[in-house]
Write a new protein. Structure first.
Length: 141
């Protein structure tokens, strides 16, 4: 059970910290420079974790085997972070903006999972989509 839930707990804790930091970065003089510093810290953290969990591994050799989707994910992550910072800079409240874009992502991924990956789509999931849309409507109003 622990193996199933510790990643979820890590994501939740990290995302709460991330949202608080992104809100603070949105008022920085140069949020993109701050984001660049964030990526440097993230790269160093990944290098340290690689050494901790793969002590006999060669980081440079491992980087040479990274597939193209990793680069696409990197561009996507930059889009997520830049979008989040500028969303907060535009004045979205933290307790609204995050919920709205997360709800939209949930709905899109549900349909992408069904159409592209043949994941099952049942009435309960469609009811969840309806509730998500209703919830976003209530939150934004």
């Amino acid at each position: 059970m622990f193996a199933l839930w510790w990643p979820v707990a890590l994501i939740v804790v990290a995302d709460v910290i991330y949202q608080i930091c992104a809100k603070k970065l949105s008022s920085a003089a140069s949020p993109l420079a701050a984001l660049g510093a964030t990526y440097l810290v993230s790269a160093l953290t990944c290098a340290l974790l690689f050494e901790m969990f793969s002590p006999a591994g060669d980081l440079l050799a491992a980087l040479g085997t990274v597939p193209l989707p990793a680069a696409v994910a990197g561009i996507s992550i930059a889009g997520l972070e830049v979008g989040t910072i500028y969303m907060y800079r535009a004045g979205w409240p933290m307790n609204v903006g995050f919920i709205v874009y997360t709800g939209i992502i949930v709905v899109l991924l549900l349909f992408i999972g069904s159409c592209i990956y043949a994941e099952p789509m049942g009435l309960m999931k469609l009811a969840g989509v309806a509730l998500t849309c209703l919830g976003m409507f209530c939150i934004v109003r």
